[in-house]
Design a binder for this molecule. Structure first.
Ligand code: SIN
Ligand code: FE2
Length: 214
């Protein structure tokens, strides 16, 4: 992007949370960095368009999805899994934008890079029910999530069930499920339409970086 210094490092000042293992960095990406990342995502989705997956039971998700990286998380009647190609085009997923790999290093310190980046698009009315991320081979590796666009109400609670907590994730925020929270149940209750001007036409993007394979 002309005039944007994308070499500026993300501002990783961690915001303490009351949830063991749930790590949060508010405003980790500046508005310029958010715009630069959005441009990279748009370039990726030109090759790997958003599609609407279905649950194994055949219900359509309200979010649309695509992936970047060697492996992408997919869901259909055959179940949840990681696969190396887009289910619609049959092509390999585009590469993970380098800025996300740098963010993974800086935020998590995990030695191996992520091999999967799920991209969720929340349009009007989309939400994500409470679930656990457990399709990865090594559940010790963190899951790192980047929010862009409209703010969302994120809900998180213990793996074994029980009380959940809600917090707002805003454009540029980064959070991670690590250690005791790696199997936390989490989801998006709702997206606050009109809360960000980042994306023309509104909506929310979430990028989740994970290690699908050991
Ligand atoms: C997810 O858990 O797959 C998405 C979480 C989010 O959109 O912030
Ligand atoms: Fe998740």
């Amino acid at each position: 992007m002309p005039g944007v210094d994308v070499s500026e490092r993300p501002c990783l000042r961690e915001t303490p949370t009351a949830i063991d293992g749930f790590r949060l960095w508010k405003s980790a990406l500046s508005p310029d960095q958010q715009r630069a990342l959005l441009a990279e995502v748009e370039a990726g989705i030109a090759a790997a368009p958003f599609y609407r997956p279905t649950t194994p039971g055949g219900r359509p998700f309200s979010v649309r999805m695509t992936n970047f990286g060697p492996l992408g998380w997919v869901s259909d009647r055959a179940g949840y899994r990681y696969q190396p190609h887009h289910p619609g085009t049959g092509e390999p997923w585009p590469a993970i934008p380098p800025v996300l790999l740098q963010l993974w290093d800086a935020a998590t310190g995990w030695l191996e890079p992520p091999d999967a980046c799920l991209v969720n698009l929340y349009e009007a009315g989309a939400r994500m029910g409470l679930h656990q991320d457990r399709d990865e081979a090594d559940l010790r590796a963190p899951a790192l999530s980047v929010s862009l666009g409209d703010a969302a109400v994120f809900r998180i609670g213990p793996a074994e069930g029980g009380r959940t907590t809600s917090l707002r994730l805003e454009s540029g925020d980064v959070c991670a499920l690590t250690s005791a929270a790696r199997l936390a149940r989490h989801g998006i209750d709702r997206v606050l339409a009109g809360s960000s001007s980042l994306m023309a036409g509104g909506g929310r993007l979430n990028l989740t970086l994970r290690r699908a394979r050991c």
